[in-house]
Ligand binder design. Sequence first.
Ligand code: EPU
Length: 351
Amino acid sequence: MLPDFVATQVELTPYNTLALPARAAFLARIQRVEQLIALIQHTEFAGRRRFVLGSGSNLLVAGDFDGFILHLCIPGKRWIGEDAEHIYLAVAAGENWSDFVAWTLDCGWPGLENLIGIPGTAGAAPIQNIGAYGAEVGDFLQQLTALDLARGETRIFDVRDCALGYRDSLFKREGWHLSGRYAITEIVLRLPKNWHARTRYGEIAETLARDGIQTPTPAQIAQVVTRLRACKIPDPRQLPNAGSFFQNPKVSAELAAALRHTHPQLPCYPQPDGSVKLAAAWLIEHAGWKGRNLGMVGMHEKQALVLVNRGGASYHDVQNLSRAVREAVFARFGVSLTPEPVLLADGGTPL
Ligand code: EPU
């Protein structure tokens, strides 16, 4: 018999913020690491596909899933120590990231304020190295603890082992986020005591200047970020979405220069490796897709990078729109866009 924290034939619509319909054969609600260890020893578990789920805010559900969804809901956040330069905090995988950030600010431990409002769980944060408004979780990650679901062993990954990049990590590069090889159970963050405001991101600087704030407090930065996000990114409870649907593409300096020549307004962000990151939202907008719908989905009218479910959309609708947008951007600018959300597919056709 399966443990009582495992449900069968579960409708997945409430488990993905794009609200796409599908069913999972099994869904385990994991609140303690011991439950995970017990489950992976269970005979029903062996040989079945598994997928580790946080809050489904960066997830594209492609169809029914014939395996185990491991819904990591492990709670807990705590101060674990400090030295002359840093404060160390441990946060369990199931904690809501943004609530955790708010808690750190309430406790008087600033640093994460630029990352407030990002949906998702703490355990999912390092997998795509969540980032916004000039900061990334990788700027603060010290280490993480993961359970190797194949061997039943706990493994500590130092941040240097995680190979974090722009929306990227070792976990993504190795495909472990799709194969369910590891479940991240806890992350440890290191917040510098010598706090400085990160206000270089254009919109933050502009908003603070408009509000007449010269030396912002962490709380003021959090408020500005919260306001900026609310203006552009729809609340999935009102309009289902998975945040940015495409990554900002990195192109060669030559291509960026050629594009800038014909489109002087194109936002370009030179990278340390000599490549240039382009604003996918701008490319989509100027390829004519901002605020435009196809089937039951569309690219949002306030932020062209956000694909929204207008109601009752299927994966097929998402696939069609994704293709249409990619083709339009490629035809106009010669740039390929890569979808950002993780695909949960059971032999389904990827985008
Ligand atoms: N822009 C447009 N049209 C639009 C929206 C934006 O031309 O419809 C232009 C803006 O004027 C700006 C540029 O595109 O010059 C960048 O826009 P924005 O600052 O809104 O950021 P983004 O690059 O579109 C990224 C992240 C977001 C994050 C914001 C803020 C990615 C894929 N997305 O978006 O992260 O919140 O920066 O830092 O890197 C997410 O990953 O899900 C996400 C929402």
